[in-house]
Design a protein around this ligand. Structure first.
Ligand code: NAP
Length: 513
């Protein structure tokens, strides 16, 4: 059994509060815990030791550090994929999605960062004349905040969640205290070991907390930030934490989302756009056993297309066998831990009150294996609130019929109350324009599928470093990534007003801006 350790204030600390299991057979695979750790000292260590060291590096040097880290984590890729299987229950494909997503994001930020040069600030917009003449002018710049970034991650992406957040913070010049979801911390811990062993990150700029967050938030101050990914309930606790509120600690929340896929009524069964929808939805339902924050939960589909699409989707899902991820033939592995299995089962039971089963259905445990068959439901009442409000975090999606009008498609999609991604399938530019504008305010990302891009399309469930990730309302109201926008959370925008010559010479845009 692995003994997972936290890396705080320059040394490793073990703990035994929690036991992590293999969701295929219930075997204990690791232990970890944070009881008794001095988290206040870790915050100070990050602020006093890690921050100055990181800020002494230029953007170019930090970018080179990210590139080196991407290579260092990639070196242990096979080992990580094995650990993701025995702890998270990942197939090899699921593990790659997480691990390669993490190293890919580090590499992407290395490339965004190397263009920023050796300045200590980021330029933000143009110089504007403020006085009678341009002699007195103003411009905005962004500077790193001299605090720590606390990163609290969900169980489903132990590698990507940790590395995508760290990439932005480190490039901005802010030290990190990273806390993975405890139930699947094995992969995150091994990545943490590799980061420390690489010697690439200055001392204090990376700390790792394995186990509960304890009193960590009590120690944060006004220059610190918390970037959180997880459930809406925990997000609410974090942003209403008394010290976080009193100190105006910055908070970014990435929470859950009932992502909708919307089909245009003019789609023809069997054509490219139809097939693209089938492939993407089947992938979302099965990849990571549906435990993906961007997975489609609601398929908003014109009444005249429902039966054919259901039949074709069931056929598509048959290509994804369910079983032990140790056998590479299997494409759908168990859900990550027993609590997850219980939540999926009870959530599915609630959906079944307002829907019929097309395939799959309520899961039963097979021995200790937490397997759930991909389950497609069809709403008997498209208006039922539970369909639009309850995220069942497993391989489950519901067909929600609508009358085929654009306004209804928009209204049903937006009933999710704010989402990470809405995917549209249409070959009609007018339809796409109207639906995009209708759903845009309620979503962080709108993915527009058509036969014009089908051949090259990356699936809507993929979060790409160049594009923003996050969403309004129930999705948390946060924003991550999006190229250099991802650094905004870790930097302070300051308005500079003074002599235009000084502003242009000392704080002007670099050639690359
Ligand atoms: P969770 O139970 O909310 O836990 C998320 C993280 O918060 C874990 O690290 C957890 O630690 C920690 N935590 C729990 N209580 C805390 C507290 N009082 N103070 C500080 N930290 C606390 O969520 P989960 O079950 O891991 O993840 C599943 C959810 O995440 C789903 O709803 C999914 O939609 C969402 N998600 C969203 C995104 C996105 O990018 N928007 C991505 C992935 C997942 P412990 O594990 O130690 O309890």
């Amino acid at each position: 059994m692995h003994n997972l350790k936290s890396y705080l204030s320059g040394s490793w600390h073990s703990g035994t509060d929690s036991t992590l299991v293999n969701p295929m057979n219930g075997e204990a695979v690791a232990q970890c815990g944070s009881s008794g750790l001095d988290l206040g000292a870790a915050v100070t260590y990050g602020q006093d030791v890690g921050g100055p060291a990181l800020r002494a590096m230029s953007f170019t040097e930090r970018a080179a550090m990210l590139k080196g880290l991407a290579a260092a984590v990639h070196e242990i890729r096979d080992e990580l994929l094995d650990l993701a299987r025995i702890n998270g229950g990942n197939t090899r494909g699921d593990g790659k999605f997480d691990v390669d997503g993490g190293t890919g994001t580090l590499a992407a930020y290395a490339s965004f960062g190397k263009r920023l040069g050796d300045r200590a600030y980021l330029s933000d917009g143009d110089t504007v004349q403020l006085g009678r003449t341009a002699r007195f002018s103003g411009r905005h710049v962004r500077v790193p905040r001299p605090g720590v970034a606390v990163h609290i991650n969900a169980f489903n992406f132990p590698a990507w969640g940790m590395l995508e957040k760290a990439a932005c913070a480190w490039l901005a010049g802010v030290p990190v205290i990273s806390k993975p979801g405890t139930s699947t911390a094995l992969v995150a811990w091994r990545v943490a070991e590799q980061i420390v062993a690489s010697g690439l990150v200055p001392e204090g700029a990376f700390q790792f907390l394995c186990g509960s967050a304890g009193d960590l938030l009590d120690h944060l101050g006004p220059m610190d930030g918390v970037a959180f990914t997880g459930s809406a309930q925990t997000g609410l606790k974090i942003k209403s934490h008394p010290n976080v509120q009193a100190q105006n600690v910055r908070v970014n929340i990435e929470a859950d989302s009932l992502n909708g896929a919307v089909l245009d009524g003019d789609l023809e069964p069997g054509e490219e756009t139809w097939n693209l929808a089938l492939l993407n939805i089947a992938t979302d339902m099965t990849q990571k056993a549906g435990q993906k924050c961007t997975a489609v939960r609601r398929i908003v589909i014109p009444e005249n297309l429902v039966d054919q699409f259901a039949e074709d989707l069931v056929a598509e899902l048959k290509r994804f066998p369910v079983g032990d991820p140790a056998d590479r033939v299997n494409r759908v592995a168990p859900v990550a831990h027993p609590g997850q299995f219980d939540d999926v089962k009870s959530g599915m039971a609630k959906l079944l009150e307002v829907s019929d089963v097309i395939c799959g259905g309520l899961p039963e445990k097979e021995g200790e294996a937490l397997l759930v068959q991909p389950t497609l439901l069809k709403a008997t009442d498209s208006e039922a609130s539970v369909l639009h409000e309850l995220e069942v975090f497993g391989p489950v999606a519901t067909l929600i019929p609508y009358d085929g009008t654009r306004s209804e498609a928009i209204r049903l999609c937006n009933r999710g109350g704010g989402g990470l991604v809405c995917s549209l399938y249409s070959d009609d530019a007018k339809w796409a324009e109207e639906v995009v504008l209708g759903v845009a305010p309620w979503h962080g990302r709108v993915w527009i599928g058509s036969k014009r891009m089908a051949e090259q399309a990356l699936a809507p469930g993929m979060v790409l470093p160049a594009m923003v990730h996050g969403g309004p309302g129930r999705a948390g109201g946060g924003e991550e990534l999006g190229g250099l926008r991802g650094l905004d959370f870790y930097t302070q925008r300051v308005a500079l007003e003074g002599f235009s010559g000084l502003l242009d010479q000392r704080f002007g845009p670099a050639e690359q801006d």
